[in-house]
Design a protein around this ligand. Structure first.
Ligand SMILES: Nc1ncnc2c1ncn2[C@@H]1O[C@H](COP(=O)(O)OP(=O)(O)OP(=O)(O)O)[C@@H](O)[C@H]1O
Ligand SMILES: [Mg+2]
Length: 267
């Protein structure tokens, strides 16, 4: 899999989080957190458990409000929006949440079609065409009449991904899309997210604990630590002299840098 290109100045930010403060029950999760996600990039959110990766996705999705600070998604300042405005912004976001399950009693087709049936007035055949396009995009064939219980874990994750992109979002938020999957399925989901980003121009924001995969797929990585965010290209983070970052990235960082230098030497 080819590695992502580095970000350059002048890239347009699709999501901007500025001076975010958030705490629960007197315990701070974010203190003056600042980060941005570039349009058309894959950004990977990393950090040890409890650093706030899922919470940051929820903030961006307008499902959680910060105690202070500004979150702009595609130019819309979320703090100024009431529920109706947030709902409008959410139509531009696709969300695949941690353990975000499909509805057990509905076929895969109906699960993927559900957002279109709920939010649009598309005719039946248009909905069918959209559903088939997305199932095709995630490599699922001949499963539309099956129930979720009849699919493997990897297929279920791909079906959930098809549902997350059914309304053609500009930004796809994915919380731990690789969790619980075996290495071939991790690679398959990684390949799919990379392809959706390249071919459909989706801005992808994904949380992951898979270091090697994150270094490969991320144009940028945002590392949550000390209640704030450190951002950089995979190369920058893998070369970081900060001992905490170095330890966090571990052996995968060295392997990634070796792959880059081998590729440069061969070209
Ligand atoms: N609604 C909530 N009420 C109280 N505490 C919360 C709430 N949401 C998140 N937290 C706390 O905020 C912190 C960050 O949680 P979060 O789930 O975002 O971490 P994470 O980085 O996604 O962890 P993991 O890698 O385990 O998924 C945790 O300490 C969690 O307990
Ligand atoms: Mg989480």
């Amino acid at each position: 899999m080819a590695s992502a290109q580095a970000a350059t100045d002048g890239d347009e930010a699709h999501v901007v989080c500025e001076s975010i403060h958030l705490g629960f029950g007197g315990r701070d999760v974010f203190v003056d957190l600042n980060c941005e996600m570039v349009a058309g990039h894959v950004t990977v959110l990393m950090g040890t458990s409890g650093t706030g990766k899922s919470t940051l996705l929820r903030l961006i999705g307008g499902l959680q409000r910060p105690d202070a600070g500004s979150i702009r998604v595609a130019g819309s300042e979320l703090s100024g929006l009431a529920e109706v405005g947030l709902a409008e912004v959410r139509t531009r976001l696709g969300m695949l949440f941690q353990n975000g399950a499909l509805l057990d009693s509905m076929t895969i087709f109906d699960n993927v079609a559900l957002p279109l049936r709920e939010h649009t007035k598309l005719a039946r055949d248009q909905i069918a065409a959209e559903v088939r396009d997305r199932l095709d995009a995630v490599g699922l064939e001949d499963v539309e009449h099956l129930l979720p219980g009849e699919l493997s874990g990897g297929m279920l994750r791909r079906a959930a991904l098809a549902r997350a992109i059914i309304e053609s979002p500009e930004v796809l938020l994915c919380d731990e899309p690789f969790s619980g999957l075996d290495p071939p399925n991790v690679e398959r989901i990684e390949g799919l997210l990379t392809r959706l980003n390249r071919e459909r121009g989706l801005t992808v924001i994904v949380t992951s604990h898979h270091m090697a995969s994150s270094l490969r797929m991320g144009h940028r990585i945002i590392l949550l630590k000390d209640k704030a965010a450190v951002s950089g290209t995979p190369r920058e983070l893998a070369m970081s002299e900060d001992s905490e970052i170095h330890d966090f990235i571990g052996a995968d960082g060295a392997a990634y840098l070796k792959t880059l230098s081998d590729a440069e030497a061969a070209s």
